[in-house]
Design a protein around this ligand. Structure first.
Ligand SMILES: O=C(O)CCC(=O)C(=O)O
Length: 339
């Protein structure tokens, strides 16, 4: 059963109260944190790309975001990334993660300067169907983000009731350290072994509502049971005085350089800002990915297609050439067998 999020809107101006609740529950749900117009602008630009990319069903207004199920695709498939890349590069998207309403919350919580991670994630989740499902399984961000302690802010680009696949949290799970994982389909390619029965909390989101959460809280998305694309972004924030992993100052999946991203931007203030701020950059701790990838290699060697998404991620993103080659061989072998 899913309980309602505790609503922190009323304490959003009170740093010590926010910090105490974040420490206790592991998350903060704040209604209307972002102005709807700012979110609507990014949504409109995302949908224009989605329409151009052929992701939307004919016969509906673009603003309705009705997906064409025949075009369902997911990150990191090349046909997804082709449409996604220009979305991710949008100046308005990056500006939204720096919105003073979000950064202000973190300034009040930390009581010191905030580093907004340059890397942010944006998502387009096609509706779930009998042959397509890309629901994010339960996970902790720590293993993906590394560096010092960080916090995420997740917000849908548009109203997002639970039925459209909003994000839910396992209340209090952030106090249990880094937990055991297994391979799964869906974003990240893994899920936590524990099912956190009885701890899940969530809410319907209106455009502008945000959930902020600790990097050790277990969280997952609900399936998108609507006919619309579920679009969202999640960005990360930390104390400037803490170290940040090198991957968090790069572009998404290293798919391009920052200069390519900036080429279409109209203002300079957000370009390479973390260098001017003096961010303390450290190598990403790959131990959890190494464990996930080993599980994927073992399962793929036994012909288990659950390993496919993780192998694809290794092929596209792992810094080790020999490992990439091994993943490609296993991927080819999996794909040679009809699904
Ligand atoms: O939006 C999603 O499906 C997953 C988001 C998430 O897991 C995150 O922000 O860490």
């Amino acid at each position: 059963m899913l309980k309602e999020f505790t609503d922190s809107t009323a304490i959003a101006a009170d740093g010590p109260a926010l910090a105490a609740r974040l420490e206790h529950d592991g998350y903060l749900f704040i209604r209307g944190l972002l102005p709807r117009d700012a979110v609507r602008d990014v949504r409109a630009q995302f949908l224009a790309h989605a329409a151009r990319g052929g992701w939307l069903a004919a016969g509906h207004p673009v603003e309705a975001a009705i997906a064409d199920p025949a075009r369902a695709c997911k990150d990191p498939e090349p046909r997804y990334l082709e449409v996604f890349k220009p979305m991710w590069m949008l100046e308005a998207l990056h500006r939204l993660k720096h919105h003073p309403n979000i950064v202000g919350v973190f300034e009040r919580i930390f009581g010191e300067a905030v580093l907004v991670h340059p890397l942010l994630v944006a998502r387009n989740i096609f509706p779930q169907s009998a042959d397509f499902d890309f629901t994010t399984g339960s996970h902790q961000d720590r293993i993906h983000i590394g560096g010092g302690t960080s916090y995420a802010c997740w917000t849908p680009l548009g109203d997002c009731p639970r039925s459209k696949g909003s994000l839910i949290m396992a209340e209090g799970s952030h106090r249990r350290g880094v937990l055991d994982i297994r391979l799964a389909a869906g974003a990240g390619g893994l899920e936590l072994v524990d099912d956190f029965e009885g701890s899940w909390v969530g809410s319907d989101f209106a455009m502008g509502d945000c959930v902020i959460f600790a990097d050790t809280i277990a969280h997952k998305a609900l399936p998108n049971r609507s006919s619309e694309l579920r679009q969202s972004f999640d960005a990360r924030y930390q104390r400037l005085s803490d170290p940040v992993a090198d991957v968090s100052v790069g572009t998404y999946g290293g798919m391009c350089s920052w200069d390519e991203v900036y080429a279409g931007w109209s203002q300079d203030d957000l370009k390479h800002y973390w260098i001017r701020q003096g961010a303390k950059i450290v190598p990403f701790d790959r131990q959890y990915y190494e464990r996930r990838d080993q599980i994927a290699f073992d399962l793929a060697a036994r012909g288990d297609r659950i390993a496919r998404d993780t192998l694809l991620r290794v092929v596209q993103r792992d810094p080790d050439a020999a490992k990439r080659a091994r993943a490609q061989t296993l991927l080819d072998a999996l794909d040679a067998v009809p699904a």
